[in-house]
Write a protein that binds this ligand. Sequence first.
Ligand SMILES: O=C(CO)COP(=O)(O)O
Length: 261
Amino acid sequence: QVYQRCFSNGCPPGMARKFVVGGNWKMNGNKKQIDEILGFLKTGPLNADTEVIVGVPAVYLDYVKCNAPPNVEVAAQNCYKAEKGAFTGEISPMMLKDIGVCWVILGHSERRQIFGESDELIAEKVAFALENGLKVIACIGETLNEREAGKTEEVVFRQTQAIADKIKDWTNVVIAYEPVWAIGTGKTATPEQAQDVHKALRCYISEKISPNVAESVRIQYGGSVTAANCKDLGAKPDIDGFLVGGASLKPEFVQIVNARQ
Ligand SMILES: O=C(CO)COP(=O)(O)O
């Protein structure tokens, strides 16, 4: 609760942070479907004040990088914390840079829950990706049990602190707050619920990392974002964009990109 109050002497100017919308395709798409997605991204029009990033399955990264319009950036959905070597199935930040991919999504709840990635491994991957010149969308978020137990802030602060322990410069980090209970369920957090967590997180960052980072770091909301709910969510001062799953595969993604218009 204390974190809800700590900006009472002046909230950070949220509107100064560039809105950033990511589409996380997860393990979806084939060349035909990707051509359709690239088609609606090209047609847009996409708000020039919004940064747009698509998170693409590894096998299609090069194809999307070569065929996406110039106003759409490309992200991998994961990468490992080593340059090269005996890590079957993994890809490195260097490989991503080699094909011109500048972003990576790390710590998604599906990586945490299905593939058992720990706070520490995720933090190490974030640090290694940043050290090697990638920009990172770092995902955090509580499960339904954790929310119902009143542990939302404890969990997202712990996940953020794990990263803070390993990195110094937050310039190239976007945080994605994705409550696990809202992912793929159609149950969006209300704009107020999301805003409360974003604000609490920004206050935590201000206290534990620095006021400058708190003011400048962009915090996306993710979890059942659609064309229908994006405007209300995007109107909140501490919501600086979205990380979109299912709806990023559909033409309505353009409306979500344009939520602040
Ligand atoms: O996990 C998500 C984005 O990373 C959210 O997925 P949905 O938008 O399908 O709920």
